[in-house]
Every structure is written in structure tokens, then in C-alpha cells.
Design a protein around this ligand. Structure first.
Ligand SMILES: Nc1nc2c(c(=O)[nH]1)N=C([C@H](O)[C@H](O)COP(=O)(O)OP(=O)(O)OP(=O)(O)O)CN2
Ligand SMILES: [Zn+2]
Length: 145
């Protein structure tokens, strides 16, 4: 779906899965230094999530592709991201809905779900493309460990 090559993340896990998804959302960056992005505007966000592990679950999955989509799409699709107060606020730059922060929040929400799985997969990388010319890759330090 994403019309690009994905950056690879080095690891030694036996299994790696990648899930592409997209969602439509509006946002604004609540700081004067954000220029025109201080105004509400919308994007179709394209997301690629990389999950890896050594063990599969009872279904033979690292994690269900469908669940990964639900964690992201159900949360943000057709939303004003600034209203998603569980993820974003207007006080702290690390919680503004910039591409960087959106990528990190997606990582945090996915890893929180994965932590509840017996086979303990790890989210190693989240790529968020906000425009045809702009994307961010978030990788947790030390592979999230
Ligand atoms: N580091 C970041 N810079 C910018 C962000 C961001 O999240 N992180 N966001 C914006 C705006 O929200 C905007 O949506 C994207 O800006 P930009 O890529 O500049 O979009 P353009 O279509 O104007 O870019 P072109 O180069 O003309 O394609 C701004 N910066
Ligand atoms: Zn924007």
C-alpha cells in the first residue's frame, strides 16, 4: 500500500511482520513556531508497523494483523487528533500531534497490547507518512527492552 521502500530495522528475532494501514485525520500543532500547521488541517496518514519475536501464539501468529489495524485505525480515523486526550495535549511538545509524536504514540499503544501477550512480541519500528513528502520513523531505544 505504501508506495515506498521501508527502512529496515536490524534484529535477531526469527519472525518479523509488517502491517500497512492508513487513516484520515485532522490535527493542528499548538505552537506559534509551527507556522501554517497551527491551523486545523487534515491528512491521510500512512502507517507501517514492524513487530518481531521468536514465539508464535496459539493461532500461529506473532500478533493478528487485524488487531494492529484496530489499535491504530479505531483510535484515530476521522478524528481531530488534538481531541484524543489519552494521547495528546496542548501543553507539552512531546504530546503535540506532530508526525514524530503520532509515531511514538502508535508505538506505545501497540507495545502496551503486545505486553499482554504470552508470546511477548516486540514492536521495533513505526513509520508514519503525513504527506507525500514527509514521514517519520520511530524506533524504541534498545528494541524496547
Ligand atoms: N518535523 C516536523 N515538521 C513538520 C510537521 C511535523 O509533524 N513534524 N508537520 C507539519 C505540518 O503539519 C504539515 O502537515 C506537513 O508539512 P510539510 O511536509 O511541510 O507539507 P507540505 O505539503 O507543505 O510540503 P511540500 O514539501 O510542499 O510537499 C510541518 N512540519
Ligand atoms: Zn499536518
Amino acid at each position: 500500500m505504501l508506495q515506498q521502500f521501508y527502512p529496515q530495522v536490524p534484529h535477531s528475532y526469527s519472525y518479523e511482520l509488517n502491517k500497512d494501514m492508513h487513516f484520515a485525520a485532522a490535527h493542528f500543532v499548538p505552537h506559534e513556531s509551527a507556522g501554517k500547521c497551527v491551523n486545523v488541517h487534515g491528512h491521510t496518514y500512512f502507517v507501517n508497523v514492524t513487530v518481531a519475536g521468536d514465539e508464535l501464539n496459539e493461532a500461529g501468529f506473532l500478533v493478528d494483523f487485524k488487531t494492529l489495524k484496530e489499535i491504530v485505525h479505531d483510535r484515530y480515523d476521522h478524528s481531530l487528533m488534538n481531541d484524543k486526550k489519552e494521547d495528546f495535549n496542548d501543553k507539552n511538545a512531546y504530546d503535540f500531534p506532530t508526525t514524530e509524536v503520532v509515531a511514538r504514540k502508535i508505538y506505545e499503544n501497540i507495545q502496551s497490547y503486545l505486553n499482554g501477550m504470552d508470546n511477548k512480541p516486540q514492536c521495533l519500528q513505526v513509520l508514519v507518512r503525513e504527506t507525500p513528502t514527509s514521514y517519520v520513523v520511530y524506533r524504541p531505544k534498545n528494541g524496547g527492552k
